[in-house]
Design a protein around this ligand. Structure first.
Ligand code: HPA
Length: 315
């Protein structure tokens, strides 16, 4: 069976993946119980992709009742190593208005009473995973690069505040979250991200902003109709983005196999002092290097590196 390189979890308003063809439906049982619904595995623009609706068929599960552990374990059991989480959210700060897509890089967890670890059961080994960067930086880079290639605008970064729901927040709660540093508010970002890390999955979030959070917009009531209409409008380019993401992944495997020039094409091209980790721009240089690698490019990299070492920036 062809390997599933990417699994997509759809949130509110995203109950299937357009352009997913030749779909096979899997009813999976896991050591954590049953996932939210069947997992659909199919071909998306030539790539093998799995899809699971987080809230179940017909949006039957509220955020606190979702079996996040079973959802992730089911995708892993089917062979997925990477998870793209689509989360419908409200926007708090000014760059995150309705219909914007964002790839957050931080989380604050305000949820309570949810099973938030795979070490819950008595007798299981306790793990303390590193969670400083809650979303897998390399997967974030790939998402941002795929967005660039497909012409889908995605905001790079932001802090996702995960609330308990299912009710929306009060104005005071959102004011507190803004003060805490949150840019986005949603109900399903946690414990999903932490569980993915514990299970050893690559995991990143693509947030679909459906409304201004309480007190951030024009004061009008937030309705489900508004949320769904905005999710639909913002989701148009998603199949292409996901397909492109799949196309980029094999390049990354190749990236690990090649030895770049002395410091690499990305480093010599990237701005001095800039952080290159997690950067879509670095990915573009990497892809360029992979496609054009050879003696001439390696010599050029070495020359430019030496130029930087001796401080002659013009090389
Ligand atoms: N708050 C929490 N979750 C959400 C919101 C919101 O305003 N909009 C969509 N999901």
């Amino acid at each position: 069976m062809q390997q599933i390189a990417l699994a997509v979890i759809g949130g509110t308003g995203v109950y299937n993946l357009a352009k997913l063809d030749d779909v096979q439906t899997h009813e999976v049982d896991t050591r954590f119980g049953r996932p939210s619904g069947p997992v659909r595995v199919g071909t998306l623009l030539g790539h093998r992709v799995a899809f699971l609706a987080r809230h179940g068929e017909g949006h039957s599960l509220p955020p606190h009742k979702i079996n996040y552990r079973a959802n992730l374990a089911a995708l892993q059991q089917l062979g997925a190593q990477r998870v793209l989480a689509l989360n419908t959210v409200g926007g708090i700060t000014e760059d995150f208005g309705p219909r914007v897509l964002a790839c957050p890089d931080q989380i604050i967890d305000y949820t309570w009473g949810r099973i938030s670890t795979i070490c819950e059961e008595e007798g299981t080994d306790v793990v303390h995973v590193d969670f400083g960067h809650p979303y897998t930086p390399m997967l974030r880079s790939k998402i941002l690069a795929a967005a660039k290639v497909t012409g889908v605008t995605v905001h790079d970064g932001g802090c996702y505040g995960a609330t308990q729901g299912p009710r929306l927040e009060t104005i005071a709660e959102i004011a507190r979250m803004r003060h805490d540093g949150c840019d986005l508010v949603g109900m399903t970002g946690m414990p999903e991200a932490a569980l993915a890390r514990e299970l050893g999955l690559d995991y990143a979030c693509l947030a679909i902003i459906a409304n201004w959070a309480a007190g951030c917009g024009d004061g009008e009531e937030i309705t489900m109709a508004e949320v769904l209409a905005n999710v639909q409008a913002a989701s148009n380019g998603l199949p292409e983005l996901v397909g492109e993401l799949e196309g980029i992944i094999p390049f990354y495997r190749a990236r690990l196999l090649v030895k770049p020039g002395l410091t690499g094409w990305a480093q010599v091209n990237y701005g001095k002092g800039a952080s290159i980790e997690g950067s879509a721009e670095k990915l573009e240089y990497d892809l360029y290097y992979i496609k054009h690698r050879g003696l001439v490019l390696d010599l050029w990299i070495i020359l430019r590196t030496l130029g930087r070492v001796v401080g002659f920036q013009g090389v």
